[in-house]
Design a protein around this ligand. Structure first.
Ligand code: IMP
Length: 181
């Protein structure tokens, strides 16, 4: 239930998300066929819903890992590009095929940090997948191999994404405005 004063407007419906997740899974299935286990690295917390749906649509063998980095708020206050590792993957990714699964790429700082971090461990391959991207907010260039949707520069919640830890379990993606201060 929305918090009093928050305005939520549906941007991407449940059906549209499900269709796109199915398409991405089919593309990943085709491109990683006969390559052995694919390691899906979900970026906590926001990617947990997308990762769960995407992984269940894959037919190729895969494993799930999680990684977590510092929150958005921490970074805006001081050095905007500084990203801190909070939780690392549990297994060595050296020599494995790795796909990083993000909820949203905003400035690109988080994903470019993760690509650098994980590439240093010499995986057989490293690709990136994000459900959402805000092209107007990009600060650093980062390659996205699998993209769900480009969205405008609005704050979005639902399908794993939050505003102050709220709305992660909304089944659709909504643009959200908090009450005017
Ligand atoms: P970046 O490092 O600026 O690309 O930011 C990536 C992270 O910021 C995402 O993983 C989200 O946690 C958070 N983020 C950016 N935009 C939004 C949004 O509109 N809603 C919720 N979280 C967001």
């Amino acid at each position: 239930m929305p918090r009093v004063g928050d305005t939520l407007t549906t941007l991407i419906s449940e059906d549209l998300i499900a269709d796109r997740v199915g398409e991405l899974a089919a593309q990943i299935d085709a491109e990683y066929r006969d390559q052995g286990d694919l390691i899906l690295v979900g970026v906590l917390k926001g990617s947990f819903v997308f990762l769960a749906d995407l992984a269940r649509r894959l037919t190729i063998p895969h494993r799930i890992e999680f990684i977590a980095v510092s929150s958005y708020g921490d970074r805006e206050s001081e050095d905007p590009g500084a990203v801190r590792l909070i939780l690392d993957v549990r297994h060595d990714i050296g020599g494995r095929h790795v796909l990083v699964v993000e909820d949203i790429v905003d400035t690109g700082y988080t994903l470019s940090y993760l690509v650098r971090l994980l590439n240093a461990r010499l995986p057989a391959s490293l690709r990136t997948c994000t459900l959402l991207r805000k092209p107007d907010r990009a600060k650093v260039a980062v390659t996205i191999d699998y993209l769900g949707f480009d969205i405008p520069d609005v704050w979005v919640v639902g399908y794993g994404l939050d505003y102050a830890e709220r709305y992660r379990t909304l089944p659709r993606i909504c643009a959200m405005k908090p009450p005017a201060a």
